[in-house]
Ligand binder design. Structure first.
Ligand SMILES: Cc1cc2nc3c(=O)[nH]c(=O)nc-3n(C[C@H](O)[C@H](O)[C@H](O)COP(=O)(O)OP(=O)(O)OC[C@H]3O[C@@H](n4cnc5c(N)ncnc54)[C@H](O)[C@@H]3O)c2cc1C
Ligand code: SF4
Length: 328
């Protein structure tokens, strides 16, 4: 595997970045830490002739508890006790990404926009050529769900579900100006593994914003994967809730690693808010979410196992947060 030559551009402001993107479209990709993009380029997956590096764009750097710049390295958040204390789900999700080496280069923006994955896609050119290419790169058919219209590649970023349950939003900049989207709005909920987010062509993710209320939530992130030291999620589950006395006052649950987008379950969880959470109610919640998720067979573990583990993870995580003492 080798990296084909590309031309590297290194703008220093958001304005200059957007201007370059307009000039080079559609023959470019943004380059953040490169830990996802460059391995894909080495496998000749949708290679572009130009890369716009974001490491010198000042506005994308730095973070505090309200705003996380898109170029913030995962390792910086991982080593920050304030993040772990104020946003446990985010701290646990960051810590679960890949390896220390990948976290040292990988960024928050790159993690939210990481390429979707599938075992027919994340392969060398030679491997893919021997089988015949698929819809997501160079071909016209899908091997997972045989048809020619839609890709079912799996969204496999760890941070998105955690930020989703904390109520985060993303700040975007593009040729038509700035806008904010909730995490839920960022991803294409109609579910296609190729068109994996709702960024307009050339649009740049500038920062993630967290609402102050997120600091009062009990939250957690749990991850299922073959090798805990290394692998992408086969299932990522984030839960955030608040409790007043015996009453559940808010509940958010989101999953990753199962479908083409990170999924939030508001229509299910809102039915549980306002009352107490008994063991039976938690079991009912777990079964309902387990029935709702739709994994397909394109990662290491079979879909039925990932689906069943979703129920197990929901039950464990919600029980632990509900019973935790001394929190809000
Ligand atoms: C061995 C290995 C294991 C891994 N395990 C995990 C894992 O367990 N969990 C996980 O979540 N990830 C995992 N990853 C994937 C990846 O390393 C991380 O998701 C990382 O956070 C990606 O960030 P990056 O800055 O390197 O992104 P890049 O590779 O630079 O970019 C990823 C994508 O986002 C786009 N992009 C980046 N920043 C912006 C921006 N600001 N605006 C617009 N577009 C942008 C790029 O164009 C590209 O399409 C793994 C990678 C490797 C190599
Ligand atoms: S789900 Fe289908 S189209 Fe998408 S990457 Fe896999 S084989 Fe290709």
């Amino acid at each position: 595997m080798h990296l084909d030559p590309f031309e590297l551009h290194r703008p220093e402001s958001v304005q200059e970045t957007i201007r370059l993107a307009r000039e080079l479209a559609p023959g470019f990709d943004y380059l953040a830490g490169g830990t996802d993009l460059l391995p894909n380029y080495k496998m000749h997956l949708n290679v572009r002739p130009h890369l716009i590096a974001l490491d010198r764009v000042a506005e994308l750097q730095g973070y505090d508890l309200d705003r996380i710049g898109a170029m913030t390295r995962l390792a910086d958040l991982d080593q920050d006790p304030q993040i772990a204390r104020q946003y446990p789900a985010l701290g646990e999700a960051v810590h679960a990404v890949a390896t220390p080496l990948v976290r040292a280069s990988g960024t928050v923006g790159g993690n939210l926009l990481v390429e979707t994955r599938c075992f027919f896609f994340n392969q060398s050119f030679f491997w893919r050529a021997s089988l015949g290419f698929c819809l997501k790169a160079d071909g016209d058919q899908c091997y997972v769900v045989p048809q020619k219209e839609k890709c079912y590649a799996t969204f496999s970023g760890d941070l998105a579900p955690a930020l989703e349950v904390l109520g985060a939003s993303v700040e975007l900049a593009g040729p038509d100006g700035r806008r904010r989207l909730s995490l839920e709005e960022l991803y294409a909920a109609d579910g296609d593994g190729i068109q994996r987010h709702r960024l307009a062509p050339g649009e740049l993710l500038v920062a993630v914003h967290l609402p102050p209320e997120a600091r009062h939530l009990r939250s957690t992130y749990a991850k299922l994967r073959p090798r805990p030291s290394f692998d992408f999620p086969e299932l990522g589950l984030a839960v955030a809730l608040s409790r007043e006395g015996d009453r559940l006052t808010s509940l958010e649950i989101a999953t990753g690693g199962l479908e083409t987008f990170p999924r939030r379950f508001r229509s299910i969880t809102e039915g549980f808010v306002g009352a107490t959470l008994s063991t039976e109610r938690i079991g009912e919640l777990a079964r309902t979410i387990q029935a709702a998720v739709r994994p397909v067979h394109n990662t290491a573990y079979p879909p039925d196992y990932r689906k069943r583990m979703t129920g197990v993870f929901v039950r464990r995580a919600v029980t632990a947060l509900w019973e935790r003492r001394g929190a809000s």
